[in-house]
Design a binder for this molecule. Sequence first.
Ligand code: ARG
Length: 460
Amino acid sequence: EETKLWGGRFDAKIDVLMEKFNSSISFDQQMWQADIQGSKAYAKALHKAKLITEAELEAMLLGLDNLEKEWSSEKFEIKPSDEDIHTANERRLSEIIGADIAGKLHTGRSRNDQVVTDTRLWLRSQLNIIKKHLCTLILAITSRAEEDINVLMPGYTHLQRAQPIRWSHWLMSYGVCLLRDMDKVVQIQHRVSTLPLGCGALAGNPFAIDRQFLADELKFQSVSLNSMDTIGNRDFIAEVLFWATQVCNHLSRLAEDLIIFASNEFSFVKLSDAFSTGSSLMPQKKNPDSLELIRGKAGTVLGRMTGFMATTKGLPSTYNKDLQEDKVALFEVCDTTAAMIQIAAGVISTLEVNQPAMKSALSYDMLATDVAYYLVRKGVPFREAHALSGQVVKKSEKLKCKLNEVPFSEMLQISDKFAKDIEEVWDFESSVEQYTSAGGTSKSCVLEQIKLVRIKLNEC
Ligand code: ARG
């Protein structure tokens, strides 16, 4: 007959369906290491507060070591009555070192402070892993941008050809927003690194447990300020979910761009076979599934985030079982985000750039702005220059010729400011090179972006 840790005041057994409904062991078991880590620290704090003897502490630590071995060698046996990782570990510890000693470990502790401690510890190492992947992705973008620095392509607004840019400038537009995400996660990590342990169920710890000692043991940067807030609030999870949603959102837009660029109509890029799949029916197909899944999963992550916010918004103070849902969202979102970042890095570093296709997509109408700038440099106010250049565009449409093919005599009729040196405008390379102010698409500016992103990445 298996008894519950909390069974003292109960007469009847829990309903079978309810037991399953209540259980979180199927997913929170992945926090087994954090749970043991937290228990070791707590055992030491109990000893420091003279609540257990030296011998009892030794026994607990040894038992917890054993537990660790069982988990890491996949020998830990989960019993149906193990509600969650905390009860499972405590039950097993009792079996190993005996209930007399194991029964003292939970003195003054609650699963309420325990679960948030575990989650924060787990998250701390997860965020480090995700950060490493993100760093790899940003570096893949910067090296690609450096290698391909001479490649020009059309830049788009409204998906309409707008102005010529460097392909590297497009790449770095994602490099810099992902760098911002890096910066944000560093800030989030500081807030995640707050110790909850020692807050008990909600009111605090009555046994003079040294929380600063616990924080030092578990390498938390600070001790939480209010026990009720500590055990009942999951804003640290919400901000990780939001952060991940933002990262996925960035990756989704990158994916969408590349899906368009990889279409036959554009053929600016070709995805490597490693990140494409075929069709079961159409032999010629090579589909950018990697990118489509990034775009699709970004939606799922967003849903997890909004779902979790909805779960928490109406909760009364402190712990309510609704909060158990936090880990369902968190684990999935962390997994998905880590995978998406790695796939994006793979796609970027292996794709093939079709430089001739990008070049031939550059059309002279994209230099209409440059015609206006030409006139500005001859002293014409920009508004007027814009209108005059517009007339040249209209003329080319009327004559059914390219913008650079409008006869000079026609140009002169539009403005006597046009001179022979207008020829110099019809050059995509020099068009791109005029954008020399910081952040622009000229070679020196893009190289500067690459340099700065690498420096800042090093500081994260
Ligand atoms: N499995 C629970 C969770 O994930 C642990 C906390 C349970 N606390 C309680 N008072 N029932 O939230």
